[in-house]
Design a protein around this ligand. Structure first.
Ligand SMILES: *[C@@H]1O[C@H](CO)[C@@H](O)[C@H](O)[C@H]1NC(C)=O
Ligand SMILES: *[C@@H]1O[C@H](CO)[C@@H](O)[C@H](O)[C@H]1NC(C)=O
Length: 400
């Protein structure tokens, strides 16, 4: 026989209220602890910061996201901040850059107005035609959303007045991916990591500093202003600029990586992934798969074919082409510094970047002979990628 329930009405009401209070308290605690474990208040949108540095393969990796049918991608929105306010240093600009990113992640393009002339066109956005989403509906009728865009054609066909098209496009994708080379630390991003409207994942793309220097030398003039901002407008002798700028960049790699791996605050756990350009060049499909997985994007057959195609090109693409690496010449490209740079220069870069190189797994060379012997592999293998994206989902406590 069932025991008879003897609870009277007021006890019942009290218990219901008590349970309600417990749920509210527990949820508040839960939301604080796991910024996206709870049903996201942003409709499930994922925000990806592709955080890299100059000449580190981020254009290619950016394209890998830009061409994905679920992604709204923009290249270097902070370029506008640095260009407009180029008399300042990186430190003074970083909050403006952070806040610009926050707005763009939320598809608020009005933030761009501060850095542009009064009458804005979509084509004023830095490298806008590299964004497949700006060449597709609703921004532009040119490229169906599930097809690959051609930036030359997009450039000709998709300009428009105002940024409404960009805003509408941004709002219609599950993923917003922004590429930036203008972050030197993670701390300024903490408010974004704790913002319940933003589900942020950071992909930190790094490259062997010796290869970076060589690649920057090929177009040194392009970096004059950026170097000044990186060096906080300090008066640095011309011969020293590239080393000191590289030193700042290497230091930032260490700072960022240590912050994310060794001293990560709870809201940063599982939201950071470091990727080496050289690993992508050697093994594009696996590395890209892992990046997609990290941000919750699906690999499609169409994308696989495209990745294979662009990484197995004939290598005859123009220099401006986004796809600088092809697996055929990947080894040559990432090794080119070994024959092109004098050993004295290599030694100097190794000095200023010692800590970063050891942390990221780039072996130093101790002699010119060792430098030129291409059969000596200078890349320390990384542990196989482990999927550790987010902590296992806990049951929502409502039904506890
Ligand atoms: C992009 O379009 C231009 C002009 O139509 C064409 O010459 C070029 O080959 C195309 N590029 C690719 C990668 O298809
Ligand atoms: C802005 O875009 C419109 C529409 O494509 C075009 O007619 C106009 O010339 C553009 N203005 C500028 C300043 O590029």
């Amino acid at each position: 026989m069932m025991p008879r329930c003897r609870v009277n009405l007021s006890t019942m009401i009290f218990l219901v209220i008590l349970q309600g209070a417990a749920v509210v308290l527990f949820c508040g605690w839960y939301v604080q602890l796991s910024p996206c474990g709870s049903p996201p208040s942003n409709g499930g949108k994922v925000h990806v910061l592709l955080l890299s540095s100059w000449r580190s393969g981020s254009s290619f990796v950016g394209q890998v996201f830009s061409q994905h049918p679920s992604v709204f991608y923009l290249m270097e929105p902070a370029w506008h901040v640095w260009t407009k306010l180029q008399k300042h240093g990186a430190r003074a600009l970083r909050m403006a850059v952070r806040d610009l990113l926050r707005s763009v992640f939320q598809c608020d393009m009005s933030v761009m107005e501060a850095y542009m002339p009064e009458q804005i066109n979509m084509s004023f956005l830095f490298m806008w035609s590299h964004s497949r989403a700006l060449c597709s509906p609703p921004a532009c009728p040119l490229t169906p959303r599930n097809q690959f865009s051609n930036q030359t054609q997009c450039f000709k066909a998709c300009d428009a007045q105002g940024l409404q098209g960009a805003k509408d496009a941004c709002g219609s994708y599950s993923h917003v991916v922004l590429k930036e080379v203008r972050f030197f630390e993670l701390e300024s991003l903490y408010p974004l990591l704790q913002d319940p409207n933003i589900d942020l994942r950071i992909i930190h793309l790094v490259r062997d500093p010796r290869a970076v220097v060589r690649s920057k030398e090929a177009s040194a003039n392009a970096f004059v202003y950026d170097n000044s901002v990186v060096l906080e407008q300090r008066n640095v002798p011309a011969a020293e600029v590239q080393y000191q700028a590289m030193q700042e960049i290497c230091r930032s790699h260490v700072r960022i990586h240590e912050r994310a791996i060794l001293k990560a605050p709870p809201f940063l756990k599982g939201r950071y992934k470091m990727v080496r350009y050289e690993d992508v060049a050697r093994n594009p499909l696996d590395e890209i798969n892992a990046m997609y997985e990290f941000v919750g994007l699906e690999m499609t057959e169409q994308l696989q074919e495209w990745i294979f195609k662009v990484t197995h090109g004939k290598g005859k693409g123009s220099k401006k082409d986004a796809f600088e690496i092809s697996s055929r010449n990947a080894a040559d490209v990432s090794q080119a510094w070994r024959t092109a740079l004098p050993h004295s220069k290599v030694k100097r870069i190794q000095e200023v970047c010692k800590g970063a190189m050891s942390l990221l797994g780039y072996r130093t060379v101790n002699s010119e002979k060792e430098q030129k012997r291409l059969d000596i592999d200078l890349l320390v293998p990384r542990e196989p990628y482990q999927f550790s994206w987010l902590p296992a989902k806990t049951e929502h406590p409502d039904n506890a």
